[in-house]
Design a protein around this ligand. Sequence first.
Ligand code: TYM
Length: 331
Amino acid sequence: NDIVLTGIKPTGKVHLGNYIGAIKPALQIAGASDCTSLYFIADYHGLNSIQNRDEFRDLSYSIAATWLALGLNPDRVIFYRQSDVPEIFELCWILACLTSKGLMNRAHVYKAIQDQNEQLGVDADTGVNMGLFTYPILMAADILLFQSDKVPVGKDQIQHVEIARDIAESFNRVYGDTFKLPDYIVDESTAVIPGLDGRKMSKSYNNTIPLFETAENLKKLISKIKTDSTLPQEPKDPETSNIFLLYKEFATPTQVQELRDKYLSGISWGEAKHELFQVVNAALEEPRKKYYDLMAEPEQIDTILSEGARKARALAGPLLKKVKSRIGRYA
Ligand code: TYM
């Protein structure tokens, strides 16, 4: 039975891109098959950018409350906070020693910052701390420590899963077969959910629709989704419409068919946005309420996460021991 693992870092409010690209498929897998699912808050990954105590704490709880509000069942999913599992960081160091610096130089996230700095005419490494530079090694430790088979993610994380495979292969080559090579699961149709401006929805582009906004804010944000200048009565292509793409994720098949027909016969963008708001708001009403209830009771979240960490550590212990014996740590 497959081991399925994924994480979210607490660097901003969870948005529709995170939900559609990672959380929704992960919850579907956990509910539908007899796999072992491990879903976690990648809090120490977030530390390379969130260095304000209150913000770091609140965002970490917020990610946890989001998963739970959306229906994660802690009896079926091992649900934990990364920083509660010290085995990850011990493995991370060992893996760092088997990772060439060149591999990290080639990581997209790091290269993007270097390019940006170059354009600004400042030193290429401005604003890059070692946590950010070595980020993919920590992610490899997250994945490899549990012998994960499948990692459900959005497209922006594919390279990181490939790097985890590369690092696993390096270790296996030097010390003999130890780590499983993980695969990513990316659904082509939802691999990159666009944000308000049409670019990838991303906390760093400030173009997100956060999942648990008030209904009023949700409506306002949806009204800001960029559209083209086709007139209301002109037919529109549902397949190239960002509004339609989001609609499909929340509506029933009948509703989807109805909106498709309206697109083909002509619909104003205002009306399409209104339809989108209706289905998103209806789908998120209950979870939103649960989310705010949970956020008011962080102790309840702590209890669930500690129990998850206990289970995760029990799984991780034997493999870490094996790794340490492979490297010659024991007599
Ligand atoms: P993070 O926190 O940036 O994003 C969480 C998940 O949401 C997906 N995602 C998207 N999917 C589709 N369209 C979008 N616009 C969009 N924006 C974000 C991301 O691909 C991701 O799956 N490094 C990871 C966290 C992490 C992790 C791991 C993931 C740490 N360790 C181990 C898997 C396995 C990250 O920064 O995701």
